[in-house]
Write a protein that binds this ligand. Structure first.
Ligand SMILES: [Zn+2]
Length: 347
């Protein structure tokens, strides 16, 4: 089935706004034609949220506690509440979060899922047959049981400071034997776990809030992608990651909203924070939240930007809302101003 759409298209890997016609056939972008039109709509690629923990959707907005008291396994507040949560409540809260992702313009996400095989199964149950959202699940062992690996995309661990080094080595080896991805948190609270994380040869690292000059050089030398979670870092008092410096050193940086406990999964909010607190470059910010996330997850051939041959994972934003009326800088307004209620359609 062929479908034609017209508007200001955020085109290609450079996210250049052009007015024109977009043709889609069987869910694939078939043609993009630049043409003089009056466009009331912006056609933009959907977001890739490169780091979440949607399993803590049952404990939204806890007291302002130090990071460790909140999330450190096994006794952090989060883990104590999760231990008391029924499977059914866990699944329904995750389902609501995923529907919220879709509604706010996200088409793919990468989740760090606790609870071993059962935890992965809960996310899959929550996702059901939903096809507007692609879930990349990074499980972790439960009592050393690694059977989760067969039903997800890889392993996602907390800091090397939280786990026994020998155990981590086994987990990494088994993950790689299964040809799955391995990712972990590093440099969130302080820089002490960054060298160990780099040595493990992860596929990507999360946070790097406290990465210093040497760490950034080491990340760059290792071609290590980084996922930053600004709102999370601000809330936990970790500070701001040196995103501009990482980008200057050629590091692939993507963005995530981290724990649903701490933040909504609204990527518009994440973009606004990235732009106004750290990067001051609309194109870079938009790239972090779309194409770079797709690259980190290895889905850039099908998602992350509007190009011929890619899947049509699109959002339509109105230029006519009270918020968007009269905008002059399309990309800047998407990044710094647009909100989920400016979305008038999704494919
Ligand atoms: Zn995290």
């Amino acid at each position: 089935m062929e479908q034609t759409l017209q508007g200001t298209i955020i085109f290609g890997d450079d996210f250049e706004p052009i007015d024109g016609i977009l043709t889609i056939e069987d869910g694939i972008i078939k043609d993009i034609e630049e043409r003089k039109i009056t466009a009331d709509t912006i056609i933009a690629p959907c977001f890739v949220n490169a780091h979440t923990h949607i399993g803590d959707s049952v404990i939204k907005d806890p007291p302002y506690l130090p990071l460790e008291e909140l999330v450190r396994p096994p006794d952090g507040l989060k883990h104590r509440i999760l231990a008391q949560t029924s499977y059914q409540d866990l699944v329904s809260s995750m389902r609501a979060t995923m529907q919220d992702m879709i509604k706010t313009g996200t088409c793919a996400f990468a989740d760090f899922r606790e609870g071993g095989l059962e935890g992965v199964k809960a996310l899959r149950d929550a996702l059901g047959s939903e096809n507007k959202l692609k879930a990349h699940i990074f499980g972790r062992p439960s009592d050393k049981d690694m059977s989760y690996l067969d039903s997800c995309d890889g392993t996602g661990l907390s800091s090397t400071n939280d786990l026994d080094a020998g155990l981590i080595e086994v987990i990494v080896r088994k993950t790689k034997e299964k040809k799955k991805k391995f990712a972990l948190h590093a440099g969130e609270k302080d820089p002490s776990d960054i060298p160990a994380a780099l040595e493990l040869g992860a596929d990507f690292l999360i946070h790097l809030t406290h990465a210093g000059k040497k760490d950034i050089m080491a990340l760059s030398d290792a071609n290590m992608p980084v996922v930053v979670c600004l709102r999370s870092n601000l809330l936990t008092g970790s500070g701001l990651p040196p995103v501009r410096k990482m980008l200057e050193e050629g590091i692939l940086v993507a963005a995530g909203t981290d724990n649903v406990m701490l933040n909504s999964v609204n990527m518009f909010s994440e973009m606004e924070f990235l732009a106004k607190t750290n990067i001051y470059d609309d194109r870079q910010v938009f790239m972090l939240c779309t194409l770079n996330g797709a690259k980190v997850l290895g889905i850039e051939k099908e998602s992350g930007s509007i190009k011929k041959g890619k899947k049509a994972r699109l959002m339509f934003l109105t230029k006519k809302s009270n918020n968007m009326q009269g905008i002059r800088n399309t990309l800047g307004s998407i990044v710094r101003r647009a909100r989920p209620d400016d979305i008038i359609g999704l494919i």
